[in-house]
Design a protein. Sequence first.
Length: 341
Amino acid sequence: MENADQQVLTQLAEWVDQGQMAWLCTVVKTWGSSPRPIGSLLCCNADGHVAGSLSGGCVEEDLIERLQQGKLATERPELLIYGSTQEEVEKFQLPCGGQLHVVIEPMTDQRHLGALQHIVARLAKRECVERTLDIASGEMTVEDKDRFAHLMFTGDFDNTSNAGKTLVQTYGPRYQLFLIGAGQVPMYLAEMAQRLDYHVIVCDPRPEMIEQWPVEGVQLINSYPDDAIREQANDSFSIVIALTHDPRIDDMGLMEALKSDAFFVGAMGSTRTSAKRRERLKMLDLTDEQIARLHGPVGLPIGSKTPAEIAIAILAQLTALRSAKIDEATAADFRPRVAVA
């Protein structure tokens, strides 16, 4: 299952391989209320075929028309600003006076093909790769990376010259989702999370559970989770969620995760089960501050009952926290209505 960046770059590589004229467009800055975040990608070819999105439809038609007419980025990259005037805001229906700053990069020949194919291969293995583009010359380089980093654009946006302007973008999974347990809820979570660009690890000490795991593209670990979390899921890009309902498995993993720098630590269960879990964690020499980091019950209160619904509730909570739509204190008070004991 490909994520959005992978779909765009795979299509772009195919066009370049076929000798078609194509462009890669990247949102490098937004101002006000913008429809799509920084780093969003779109590619199009000379026939007007498109993959990806920059604005949800606001500017794409104008951009494609200008590219086909040879008015933009015919030989070298260009920086284009949408919404710099009130007339443009109204014309392109950008919300709340928003602006989009877009780097448009021509792929004029197959000199880019090797780099694109390398990026696509890394994404297929759910590994990160960094691409650096010199806006003035159009030269680009790629370098393998271990971890995702946010897009960086250097140079003066208001200066019409491209000199000194550089785009550095990392493609690959943004966050790592470490799931304790290989049951039904983790299956749904893993499948949906990969679509949302998570690198998913499933850890379960029960060999029969690992052997029957059906979701592809997931890193499987057949062991107790404490050592695995200590080695692989202890940084601010890691999310750890306990899902087995077996304290002998869940609690050992939570003990390590709550002491780590993990971005989020959660556990599935009812309010009563979660209260008992916190009492057990106190006996494992965790501080009150560490235990307070635990999101349990995990997920937003959307009335979820089935495994798929519970997975949606969990991913909704993670999405809200990552986009700063809710804060940690508010999230800690959410109590999903899940039919689990």
